[in-house]
Ligand binder design. Structure first.
Ligand SMILES: *[C@@H]1O[C@H](CO)[C@@H](O)[C@H](O)[C@H]1NC(C)=O
Ligand SMILES: *[C@@H]1O[C@H](CO)[C@@H](O)[C@H](O)[C@H]1NC(C)=O
Ligand SMILES: *[C@@H]1O[C@H](CO)[C@@H](O)[C@H](O)[C@H]1NC(C)=O
Ligand SMILES: *[C@@H]1O[C@H](CO)[C@@H](O)[C@H](O)[C@H]1NC(C)=O
Ligand SMILES: *[C@@H]1O[C@H](CO)[C@@H](O)[C@H](O)[C@H]1NC(C)=O
Length: 370
């Protein structure tokens, strides 16, 4: 495959970002100036890990027109261009953070990305087809070991405690549960959300044990408003599935409480958790007020709202439509936003003015704090 070409590009991006070519190899000096970025999560963060899995094409985006705008070729990202971790890396003056499974990539001093499309916090969600959160943590522990081997204990601990950890997980647990047993949502949403956040909490604590202090968590978006959900509503009314939105909101409330509690228990634990649900709800439902022309129908796909995940024609359904001007759209495919949407959210997360609350921390602040 084109692995070696990929590597050349990475090395190029790596050096191009550092202004002075001579500092290219001086990693140990540089990481002191740049906090590393470690990424855990699902398709909103997966920059190509699933390319290396023997999985279903439903969970891969390594074919055209994915990647059509920024990269001009498919990378495995479920969008037309960059994702949130790409923008955050740019704002933090880091190179693009590569997927962990990319072969031959062994320098972790700027961090690495473990996210996998379709992954959930629960092992059961799309088991066998994704890298679940616990396995992502296992990979992180391997990286920690390799760093210790190279840099020694003290320097590794410093690197990991100065690093920022972005975690975006949970949506697939809800989608999977909805697909296999929708009664979960009616009879015991609290219990189910508790399991998802319980497993997330375990992973946070394990990262903390290895030195991790600075975390960024995404809040759940109005999942019931993505094109695939709108398309499910009988009568083709295109309204959001409110039961799913209710679970997303519940997730956000529970996570908010759990993070506050963790902050009380874990000395030095800092996090950025913007509750952008209402803002995203506004963009999804009132796209034109936010500079988009279309917030309900996806750019790429088929059927009502292009809610059938046929983008690229490699997932059983070979026929699909593709919009002319992707910058007018909130959604690229049936479940995933466009680069332009991700950029807006990234900017907000990086530096939110005015601050949401007195105690709210921006991602920018996390990258500055030592
Ligand atoms: C990939 O998965 C398919 C279907 O699950 C299986 O038939 C095939 O043997 C697997 N290939 C490899 C290389 O593991
Ligand atoms: C579905 O979830 C409900 C609520 O948790 C549970 O009572 C029921 O046994 C589940 N059904 C199946 C088939 O797993
Ligand atoms: C994690 O999820 C599993 C199901 O995959 C569940 O049995 C377990 O209780 C959860 N752990 C926590 C701490 O909630
Ligand atoms: C969309 O914007 C209009 C005009 O400002 C407002 O009246 C309406 O309530 C908004 N709808 C939503 C769903 O936010
Ligand atoms: C695409 O849409 C954007 C936003 O509406 C507009 O500024 C741009 O000119 C359009 N590009 C083309 C090629 O039509």
């Amino acid at each position: 495959m084109s692995t070696s070409l990929f590597q050349v590009c990475m090395i190029f991006a790596f050096c191009a970002n550092l202004l002075t070519p001579s500092s290219c190899h001086d990693n140990s000096r540089l990481h002191k100036k740049h906090a590393a970025l470690f990424v855990f999560g699902d398709s909103q963060f997966d920059v190509g890990n699933n390319n290396y899995l023997n999985t279903s094409t439903e969970l891969q985006a390594n074919f055209w027109p994915y990647g059509e705008t920024f990269f001009k070729h498919p990378t495995g990202r479920f969008s037309d261009g960059r994702l949130i971790p790409d923008f955050i890396a740019e704002y933090a003056k880091l190179p693009l953070i590569p997927p962990y499974l990319r072969r031959g990539f062994k320098s972790y001093t700027y961090g690495v990305n473990f996210a996998s499309a379709g992954a959930g916090a629960l092992a059961e969600s799309y088991q066998g087809f994704v890298i679940d959160l616990k396995t992502q943590l296992g990979y992180f522990k391997k990286v920690e070991k390799q760093l210790r081997h190279k840099l020694g204990h003290a320097e590794t601990y410093t690197l990991l405690s100065e690093a920022v950890y972005l975690i975006g997980i949970g949506a697939n647990d809800y989608f999977y549960a909805l697909g296999t047993n929708s009664s979960l949502f009616e009879s015991s949403p609290e219990e189910f959300v508790g399991l998802v956040i319980g497993n997330l909490t375990t992973v946070i604590k394990e990262i903390y044990k290895k030195g991790g202090r600075k975390f960024g968590f995404t809040s759940m978006a109005p999942l019931g408003c993505v094109p695939s959900m709108r398309a499910m509503k009988p009568g083709n009314t295109g309204t959001c599935v409110e039961e799913v939105n209710a679970v997303a909101k519940l997730h956000n409330r529970v996570l908010d409480k759990v993070l506050l509690k963790l902050k009380g228990h874990l000395p030095g634990f800092k996090y950025s958790y913007p509750n952008v649900y209402p803002h995203i709800d506004e963009i999804f439902n009132n796209a034109s007020k936010h500079g988009f022309k279309e917030g309900k129908t996806a750019c790429c796909g088929s059927g009502p709202y292009r809610g059938i995940g046929s983008c690229g024609g490699k997932r059983g359904v070979t026929v699909y439509e593709l919009c002319d001007n992707v910058t007018e759209y909130v959604f690229f495919d049936s479940n995933h936003p466009t680069e332009r949407f991700y950029q807006k959210v990234s900017k907000l997360w990086w530096s939110h003015t005015p601050k949401q609350t007195e105690t709210y921390i921006d991602l920018k602040e996390l990258f500055e704090v030592y």
